[in-house]
Unconditional design. Structure first.
Length: 383
C-alpha cells in the first residue's frame, strides 16, 4: 500500500465513519505529439504520467451516491439514484455525475455508495485532470456495482460525460490513455475507429519533463469549441467527412473557399497528423533527434496556425531549444496556458529544469513548476 493510498483510506474513514471497501486510481497524461487532432478523427501519441486521481469508495445505505474531494473539502455533492442525474453545483462534481449518468444509460445498475477523491494531477494544467477524475469515478462505481465494461466503451462514456455535464467538446484521447496506458509505452491511438498500438518508450536514458506555467486554462470558455467548429466547417467546405481525410495540397489549394481561420486551423490539423505518424516511426527506430524536431514543428504550428499557445509556453519551448540534452519541446494539452513538455536526456534533466526555471522566473516574476515522468501505467481497479 502506498502512502497516498493509506492516506485516502484514513481520510475516508474519518469522513464516512467506516472503512473503504476499495481504492482505484486513474492517471493524468501528456500528449507527446498529435494535438487537436483527436476530434478531427486523427492520430495522437499520449503517455500516462505518474500523477493520478485516487478514489476510495464503499457501498452505503439509502439511495444516494455521495461525492467528496480532498481538494474540494468545502464542496461535497450527492445525487439520488431514483431520479434522473442532472448537472449542477458544485462544478467539480459534474464530472462524476456525468459518468454515473453514462453508466446508467449503458445498463449498469449503480448502487448507493460513498466516494472520496484525491488527485495530484495539476488542475487546469493541460494534463487531463478531468479525465483522471472521470475514469476514477467510473472504476469506483463499477467496483461497487460488481460490473466491468470494455476499455474503449468506458472511455466513450467518460468522454460523453465531459461533453454533456462539463461542457467541453473534447476528443477521446484523454479518457482513452487514462484507461489504456501501459508502463514504458506511448499509445498510438486512431481516434476514428479506436484502434491502438503500444509504442515502446523504455529507454532509461530518456525522461519527459513537464513544465507547468501555472497559467490556468478553461476549455469551457469558448476558445476550444470555436476551433473545433472551424475545423468542422473547413472539412465540410473541402468536401471531406473530417480533416483526417484531407491532405496538405487540398488545404493549400482551398484558400478561395476557406476563411483565414478555417485555412490555418485545417493546415495545422493536416500537418499535425502527418507529424504524429512520422514521430511514431522515429520513436520506434530510436531516432529521438528527429522526434524532437517534430515536437518543435508541432509547437510552432499550434502557436501560429492554431493560436492556442501563450508567451509563457513559448518561453519554455524557446529556452529548452537552447540547452544541451534536450531533444525537443512543445506545449501539450488544449492550450491557452497549462504545460509544456521537454524530451530530455535523463542525466541532464536537473540542469535543464534549473535553467528553464531560472529564465522563466526572470521573465515572469514567478517560477514554473517542473517535474519528471516516464510513461506510466493506466487506470488500476485495486490500488
Amino acid at each position: 500500500m502506498t502512502d497516498r493510498t493509506a492516506a485516502i483510506r484514513k481520510r475516508f474513514g474519518e469522513l464516512y465513519r467506516r472503512e473503504a471497501s476499495g481504492v482505484v486510481s486513474a492517471p493524468g497524461r501528456v500528449n507527446l505529439i498529435g494535438e487537436h487532432t483527436d476530434y478531427n478523427d486523427g492520430f495522437v501519441l499520449p503517455i500516462a504520467i505518474d500523477r493520478c486521481t485516487l478514489a476510495a469508495f464503499a457501498p452505503a445505505d439509502g439511495r444516494r451516491v455521495n461525492l467528496a474531494s480532498v481538494q474540494q473539502e468545502d464542496a461535497p455533492a450527492s445525487f439520488d439514484l431514483d431520479v434522473d442525474i442532472e448537472k449542477g453545483s458544485p462544478k467539480w462534481a459534474n464530472y462524476p455525475k456525468g459518468v454515473a449518468a453514462g453508466l446508467v444509460a449503458a445498463g449498469v445498475e449503480l448502487v448507493p455508495m460513498d466516494i472520496l477523491f484525491d488527485s495530484d494531477v495539476p488542475i487546469g494544467g493541460g494534463l487531463s485532470s478531468s479525465a483522471s477524475l472521470e475514469v476514477s469515478a467510473a472504476l469506483a462505481m463499477l467496483g461497487a456495482a460488481g460490473r466491468e465494461i470494455d476499455d474503449y466503451q468506458l472511455a466513450l462514456i467518460c468522454q460523453k460525460a465531459e461533453h454533456e455535464f462539463a461542457g467541453t467538446p473534447c476528443g477521446i484521447m484523454d479518457q482513452a490513455i487514462s484507461i489504456m496506458a501501459r508502463p514504458e509505452r506511448a499509445l498510438l491511438l486512431d481516434c476514428r475507429d479506436g484502434s491502438s498500438r503500444q509504442i515502446p518508450l523504455d529507454n532509461p536514458d530518456l525522461l519527459v519533463l513537464v513544465a507547468d506555467t501555472k497559467v490556468k486554462h478553461d476549455l469551457t470558455d469558448g476558445g476550444y469549441a470555436a476551433r473545433r467548429d472551424q475545423c468542422y466547417s473547413a472539412a465540410a467546405k473541402l468536401g471531406v467527412k473530417m480533416l483526417r481525410d484531407a491532405d496538405a495540397d487540398m488545404v493549400s489549394a482551398a484558400g478561395d473557399i476557406l476563411t483565414d481561420k478555417e485555412l490555418t486551423r485545417a493546415r495545422h490539423v493536416v500537418s499535425e497528423i502527418d507529424r504524429t505518424l512520422k514521430a511514431v516511426s522515429a520513436m520506434e527506430s530510436g531516432d529521438y533527434a528527429t522526434f524532437g524536431e517534430l515536437m518543435y514543428a508541432s509547437h510552432a504550428s499550434l502557436r501560429d496556425d492554431y493560436e492556442v499557445s501563450c508567451e509563457e509556453l513559448d518561453e519554455i519551448v524557446q529556452r529548452a531549444s537552447q540547452l544541451d540534452g534536450v531533444y525537443g519541446a512543445r506545449m501539450t494539452g488544449g492550450g491557452f496556458g497549462g504545460c509544456a513538455i521537454i524530451l530530455a536526456s535523463a542525466d541532464r534533466a536537473d540542469d535543464i529544469a534549473r535553467a528553464i526555471t531560472d529564465s522563466y522566473t526572470a521573465r515572469f516574476g514567478h517560477p514554473c513548476v517542473i517535474f519528471a515522468t516516464r510513461a506510466a501505467t493506466g487506470a488500476v481497479s485495486n490500488v
